[in-house]
Write a new protein. Structure first.
Length: 429
């Protein structure tokens, strides 16, 4: 997940529709999830200790593929660079459903102090960096590996087919490369067989074993941008002889804050416009020719997004022109809004309630982080939900982020398995 994504201390309500006794597949799934839990913990720790950046998840993909093949699941490797797609055909005829986990780590130097902490280093954007599973994707992979084992052991009972999507580069591919969910889709991850629904989860700081989500828009659309400013170099002691590009960029930053706070209706939906980096110059006494700013825009409403993009471009152009310089906004490939299909979400609420034994909340606040699971949801109905794993010292994308309560992953295995089974069983009714 590309930006902070958490619901610290989220209140968790009992699922009103969750029955007191286990239903349908529950007894078998609960027992099998409990049995596979030691493996899930071991997989997660191993993957955590050996993290890999986007489009480079070679070791992780090999681990996943070997596990799926051992279970007798049909496996395709090399999808979207390093992605793995598994196809489990059930013993009974029926529809097709997909379960997704992301595999990539982040360029973060770990500071958790756990025995299995990452010591891996890699090159990212030309610099040597530490690499860490600072967003919980290690847990996502381990949970889906566990769910695959549970479902494979119940193959004869499955009324249809389950597709397992182990996806690279959710945090974004390396510069100049394709990757992530868009490339998975482009290379046929949702074809042959074609699922009619997709489910995914994300671990977050929160009550261990709780499952939380919201119907409709849940996570923001994310538009990354670069602003390329052009001025005229001059001595720092004589700014009037050139173009004061440093002051130009400062005005742009302040104007952006006014766009988000004063030029739009802030009561409509959350809107976040952030300038995260400013690069330019080599000496304190030289005002440079060029400066580059970068950041992100987070929105939930397509019309509002379009309006703000126009305001950003007009603001940059007008300020740069007033200084006598030039400004260009270059937009990166966006992530769409992660929007849970209302009908599918309502249908699966009882299932998630049973998986979490009533510890659910289905009306959480909007999350201004982004998630490329949204690309799957543009193709087929999807439900994305969060799994509480305790309260680590650091939130997602922090060097201190860690799965504090590994027992919560058992709930994740139950949720992934039961959503697939209940969805397929529902298609037969």
């Amino acid at each position: 997940m590309r930006k902070p994504h958490w619901i610290a201390g989220a209140a968790v309500a009992l699922a009103l529709s969750a029955p007191a006794a286990a239903q349908g597949f529950d007894t078998a799934v609960f027992a099998k999830a409990k049995a596979v839990q030691p493996k899930v913990v071991a997989w997660r720790r191993d993957i955590h200790e050996h993290p890999e950046l986007g489009n480079n998840e070679v070791r992780t993909a090999a681990l996943v593929a070997a596990h799926l093949e051992k279970l007798g699941i049909e496996v395709r490797t090399g999808v979207a660079k390093t992605g793995v797609v598994g196809v489990l055909k059930g013993g009974r005829p029926g529809g097709v459903v997909a379960l997704r986990a992301d595999m990539d780590a982040l360029p973060v130097a770990e500071q958790t102090g756990v025995p299995f902490a990452s010591k891996v280093k890699a090159t990212y954007n030309g610099a040597e960096v530490g690499v860490m599973h600072a967003c919980g994707h290690d847990a996502h992979v381990a949970i889906l590996m566990g769910a695959a084992e549970v479902l494979a052991s119940m193959k004869d009972q499955i009324p249809g087919t389950v597709v397992f999507l182990f996806q690279p580069a959710e945090e974004g591919p390396p510069a100049g490369e394709e990757g992530g969910a868009p490339l998975m889709i482009k290379e046929g991850a949702l074809a042959n067989p074609a699922p009619s629904a997709v489910f995914g989860l994300h671990v977050i700081p929160g009550e261990p074993g709780s499952l939380v989500w919201r119907s409709g828009p849940m996570m923001a659309a994310s538009d990354g941008y670069e602003i390329k400013l052009k001025g005229k170099q001059t001595h720092g002691a004589n700014p009037s002889a050139g173009i004061d590009i440093a002051s130009m960029q400062a005005e742009i930053v302040l104007a952006f804050n006014q766009i988000a706070a004063r030029q739009i209706n802030v009561t409509r939906t959350p809107t976040i416009l952030t300038v995260a980096t400013v690069h330019g110059g080599v000496r304190g006494n030289i005002i440079p020719d060029d400066m580059t700013l970068s950041g992100t825009l987070r929105t939930f409403d397509p019309a509002l997004r379009k309006d703000i993009i126009a305001r950003i471009e007009k603001t940059v152009d007008s300020i740069a022109t007033r200084y006598g310089g030039k400004g260009e906004v270059v937009w990166n490939t966006p992530n769409p809004v992660t929007s849970n299909d209302p009908a599918l979400t309502a249908k699966m609420k009882p299932t998630l309630g049973r998986a979490a034994q009533g510890k659910i909340k289905d009306d959480i606040d909007f999350i201004t982080g982004a998630e490329d699971f949204s690309y799957y949801q543009q193709k087929i109905p999807g439900l994305f939900y969060d799994l509480g794993i305790g309260f680590p010292k650091g939130v997602n994308h922090s060097p201190f982020f860690n799965v504090m309560d590994e027992g919560a992953m058992e709930v994740g295995v139950r949720a992934q398995a039961l959503t697939a089974l209940d969805y397929l069983a529902g298609l037969k009714r």
